[in-house]
Design a protein around this ligand. Structure first.
Ligand code: ADE
Length: 238
């Protein structure tokens, strides 16, 4: 998987790209990251990347020419991947969408700034628009990192064996179960007895039951969409 990010703040990504699970995947070459700064493609002496909006009003608008030149450089340098503009107006992403995104060979992500992009930039070089949620960030950088993090951890070999197994059993549309580690008692609160019973089948059932219960309480919308098997319904009603 290759991500090429068009951004005015490439340093933000350089720090991010060295940390944690995603950092390890990038260092190992399981994922690749290219960074493209529109400022490097601006042709005037001030290296202008934004300008005042036609019609007036506050804020600045991303200029077509430098952003489009950076997007084109990102595309041609990396295999003509599809171009995505991150915006609260985009298609809302969920785990299923992330799974689909992870199947592509790569993406060019535009992390915008200011009040938005000149509409002609979107018309002329954007294939898709994605949103990470119904709230407004001051730029698309964090949204790009959110998407890349969620995708990279799904790539084969990125998570350790145990994490991937957990992923399989719990991410099929349910919230995760509670977790505990040592010590067994913290300020009078004990680990649920089943988890120290050594009975693997009982533990599996308890975890699924917890996942179902949590999802039902906290995110009934997810259960509604996903449905329940007869066995799951019985566990939930137990
Ligand atoms: N840029 C600003 N807010 C955003 C959001 N919610 N999703 C994606 N990109 C954004």
């Amino acid at each position: 998987m290759r991500f090429d990010v068009v951004t005015l703040f490439p340093d933000l990504f350089r720090v991010w790209a060295e940390q944690g699970v995603t950092g390890r995947a990038l260092t190992r070459g399981q994922a690749m990251l290219g960074l493209w700064n529109p400022r490097d493609y601006a042709e005037d002496v001030h290296r202008t990347v934004d300008d005042r909006p036609y019609g007036g009003g506050p804020g600045m608008v991303m200029k077509v020419a430098p952003w489009r030149a950076a997007v084109q450089a990102a595309r041609s340098g990396s295999g003509d991947h599809r171009v995505v503009y991150l915006t609260p107006q985009g298609r809302p992403l969920d785990q299923a969408a992330i799974g689909e995104i992870a199947k592509a060979p790569g993406w060019v992500l535009i992390a915008g700034r200011y009040e938005g992009a000149d509409e002609r930039l979107i018309e002329s070089c954007v294939d898709e628009e994605w949103s990470i949620g119904d709230y407004v960030l001051s730029g698309g950088e964090l949204a790009a990192m959110v998407v890349m993090d969620a995708v990279i951890r799904l790539l084969p070999g990125v998570l350790g064996h145990r994490d991937s197994a957990r992923e399989d059993s719990y991410m099929d549309g349910l919230l995760d179960c509670p977790h505990y580690t040592r010590p067994e008692v913290v300020e009078g609160r004990s680990v649920p007895a089943v988890l120290v019973s050594g009975d693997h089948e009982a533990i599996r059932r308890w975890r699924l039951q917890q996942s179902l219960g949590r999802t039902w309480l906290r995110r009934p919308d997810l259960l509604e969409r996903r449905g329940l098997s007869d066995a799951e319904r019985a566990l939930l009603e137990e």
